[in-house]
Design a protein around this ligand. Structure first.
Ligand SMILES: [Zn+2]
Length: 448
C-alpha cells in the first residue's frame, strides 16, 4: 500500500451519486478519494475497517449560528417575537470574549454529529476562525443589521467591508481560503431597512459575495410586511422608527426589490405563499429548512414538498442551539422527514431524497458539489462513518431509511475532512474541546 494511503472499509457505502455498495471500501490519498470499490484483501496500518457501519459523504449543515451555542437554554420564550427580543437583550449583556469558545463548542458538536460543511451566519465574526481551527469546510455569512435612522447605509457598508477584510485575513492566516468561503447576511426585513437591503445587495453583487436572508419565518414578520401591524410594528412605533411596510409578504417584497437571485439563500420560508414560491423558483434562490427551530418558536412547518416540486433547492439546517436545542443534524433530519409526512400526507421526499439533501443537494446549493457531497473518484475526502450496531438498526434493509429513522450523533465513528480525521470514536483530533469548555465556564462565572 502506498505511503499516506488510507482505506476506509464498511458493510455499506453510500456514494449518493450512485446506488449503495454492500461490503465496500474507499481509498483516500492526499485528501482525495482515489477509488470506491468492493472490499479488497488489502491490510496494514492504513486500513480502518468499521464493520457494521455506513460510510457516506460528510453532512452539510445548511444554516447555523455557532456563536450562540453557549446561550442554549438561557432563553425559552415564545412566540417568535418575544424569543428574538430576549435573544437581542441577552446578546447585549454578553462579553465579546464569549463568542469564540461558544462557537468552538458548537463546531465540536457538529463534528461529532458527522458534519463536514457548515453554513454559519455570524454577527461577531468568530465563525471564520472557528471553522478554520476546527478543520471544517463551510460558508461564513457576515451579518448586517440596520433599522434605526443612524448609522446611515454608507457607514454600515464601510463597517461591513472592514469586517469582511478581517475575515479574509483570518482565513488566510489559517490557510483556509479554499475550504471556507464568505458571504453577507442582511439579517431580515425587520432588522434591515429597505434602502440598506438594496445597498447590501448591490455591494454583494459587486464583490461577488452570496447572500443569506431570514425571510417569511414568523406570522409577526408577515403582519409587519403586509399591513404594518403586529408586535414588530408596535415596537418600531414605541422606538420612533419610521418603518415603511411594503404591503406585500416578505419574499414578494424581496423579489420586487430585486434582491432575489441564484446566489441568495432564504432561511426558513415557513410562511412562503404559493406566489412567493413561484418567484423563488424563477429567481433560483435556495432555502435552508430548520424545522426544529420553527416548531420550537411556533412559526409553523415550511412547505418543503411544494418548494421541491417547483424545483427550489432545499437544504437542512439546525439553526442555532438556542432555538433548536442541539446541533445534532440527525435529530433535525428525523424531525424534518416525519413532520413533512405528517403535514403533507405524502411520502415525498423519500428517505433517499432526505439523505441527498443532507449531502449532494446541499453541496450543489453552496456551489461545492465539484469538490464534495458524494463519494466519487477525484472528490475531496469529506467522509463520515456511522456505526449500525445498536438494536434499532437490526433488520433494517434500507440504509437510507436506517439513517433517517434511527441514526444519531452517538453512532458517528469517524468524521474526516479532506482526508484529515477530525473525530474518531468519541475523540476530537486537534480541537481542544476541554479548553473551550473551561474558558466558557470561567467567563460565565465572571458575568453571573
Ligand atoms: Zn438563523
Amino acid at each position: 500500500m502506498e505511503h499516506g494511503t488510507v482505506i476506509l472499509r464498511a458493510n455499506w457505502i453510500l456514494p449518493i451519486s450512485g446506488d449503495p455498495i454492500a461490503d465496500g471500501e474507499i481509498v483516500v490519498q492526499n485528501g482525495q478519494i482515489v477509488e470506491v470499490r468492493p472490499r479488497s484483501d488489502a491490510a496494514g496500518n492504513g486500513v480502518i475497517d468499521f464493520g457494521d457501519a455506513i460510510l457516506m459523504p460528510g453532512l452539510i449543515n445548511g444554516h447555523c449560528h455557532l456563536e450562540y451555542t453557549a446561550l442554549r437554554g438561557l432563553d425559552d420564550r415564545t412566540p417568535f417575537f418575544d424569543w428574538i427580543r430576549a435573544l437581542v437583550e441577552l446578546k447585549a449583556q454578553c462579553p465579546a470574549e464569549l463568542w469564540l469558545p461558544s462557537a468552538l463548542l458548537g463546531a465540536a458538536e457538529l463534528i461529532a454529529s458527522g458534519v463536514t460543511f457548515v453554513s454559519d451566519n455570524t454577527d461577531s465574526g468568530v465563525s471564520a476562525e472557528v471553522l478554520a481551527r476546527a478543520g471544517l469546510r463551510g460558508r461564513v455569512y457576515q451579518e448586517v443589521f440596520g433599522i434605526e435612522a443612524q448609522p446611515d447605509d454608507a457607514a454600515i457598508l464601510r463597517e461591513l467591508s472592514a469586517k469582511l477584510d478581517a475575515l479574509r485575513a483570518t482565513l488566510a492566516r489559517y490557510e483556509a481560503t479554499e475550504r471556507i468561503t464568505l458571504g453577507v447576511s442582511p439579517h431580515a426585513i425587520y432588522t434591515v431597512r429597505d434602502s440598506l437591503m438594496r445597498a447590501v445587495r448591490q455591494y454583494a453583487r459587486e464583490e461577488g459575495l452570496p447572500l443569506s436572508i431570514h425571510a417569511a419565518e414568523s406570522s409577526e414578520e408577515v403582519a409587519l410586511a403586509r399591513s404594518g401591524s403586529g408586535s414588530f410594528a408596535e415596537m418600531f412605533a414605541a422606538r420612533k422608527i419610521n418603518y415603511l411596510h411594503p404591503r406585500t409578504p416578505p419574499i414578494e417584497y424581496l423579489h420586487n426589490a430585486g434582491i432575489l437571485a441564484s446566489d441568495v439563500q432564504i432561511v426558513h420560508a415557513t410562511r412562503a405563499e404559493p406566489r412567493e414560491m413561484e418567484m423563488m423558483a424563477r429567481s433560483g434562490v435556495s432555502v435552508a429548512h430548520c424545522p426544529r427551530s420553527n416548531a420550537r418558536l411556533l412559526t409553523g412547518i415550511a412547505p418543503v414538498y411544494a418548494m421541491r416540486r417547483l424545483g427550489i433547492p432545499v437544504v437542512l439546517g439546525t439553526d442555532s442551539a438556542v432555538s433548536a436545542g442541539s446541533l445534532d443534524l440527525w435529530e433535525e433530519l428525523r424531525f424534518a422527514a416525519l413532520a413533512q409526512r405528517a403535514a403533507s400526507y405524502s411520502a415525498q421526499p423519500s428517505w433517499r431524497d432526505w439523505i441527498s439533501m443532507l449531502t449532494l443537494d446541499g453541496a450543489k446549493a453552496f456551489g461545492v458539489d465539484t469538490q464534495v457531497g458524494s463519494l466519487e473518484v477525484g472528490k475531496r475526502a469529506d467522509i463520515v462513518a456511522v456505526r449500525t450496531h445498536r438494536l434499532a438498526f437490526s433488520s433494517m434493509p434500507d440504509p437510507y431509511a436506517a439513517l433517517v429513522l434511527v441514526a444519531r450523533s452517538e453512532d458517528v465513528a469517524l468524521t474526516m475532512v479532506e482526508g484529515r480525521i477530525l473525530y474518531r470514536d468519541g475523540k476530537f483530533m486537534g480541537l481542544d474541546v476541554e479548553a473551550a469548555r473551561r474558558s466558557l465556564s470561567e467567563l460565565l462565572a465572571q458575568h453571573k
